[in-house]
Write a protein that binds this ligand. Sequence first.
Ligand code: IMP
Ligand code: MG
Length: 194
Amino acid sequence: MPKSTSYKPKSNRQALESVRTLIPRAQIQRRIAEMAQEIRRDFPTGHLHLVGVLKGSVFFLSDLARQISGDVSLDFIAVSSYGNEAHTSGQVKLTRDLDSSIEGKTVIVVEDILDTGMTLQYLLRIFEQRKPRRLRVAVLLDKPERRIAKVRADYVGFSIPNEFVVGYGLDYAERYRTLADVAVLTLGAKEKKS
Ligand code: IMP
Ligand code: MG
């Protein structure tokens, strides 16, 4: 069992993590195909530049990008919102910048989840200063109840309730990213049977 969920010594309480599927893989893939069509419908011709936010967006971006017809290029940016536990502090820091300029490009920012919106607000400020021709946002998941910053996504895969989710790129302390489904992670402790 990983360190973060280890037993508390000399106690009969056991830390537990359980996952319950929220969005099965087939449903994710169907929705991504639709989103790709929506995006291409809005920009029927020309080059689209997808900017993935590492690391949570990697699987979403790679599936979405391959479903969008025509000329598509990719770049990545990484941010950290302090702390890697099941909540964010609202403080965002750029840890890896883009490789190439976005000036004059039609840019689609690709994010795993829109939660408080602090991360996206920070990124949009940076990107707007760099003079893209058009700037849009695609997120796989949206938790509207949690919003603090005044931001919205142009393309949303699924609106979900206020629960902590993992899988399909989303992590809890770097684990669970490679689950093919999106699942609700429940952290809890219950009495250990003796
Ligand atoms: P925001 O800045 O609060 O909108 O949060 C954005 C980032 O927090 C996301 O890109 C995720 O990395 C992380 N995050 C927010 N909610 C969840 C969740 O339910 N599971 C896993 N990561 C999350
Ligand atoms: Mg993220």
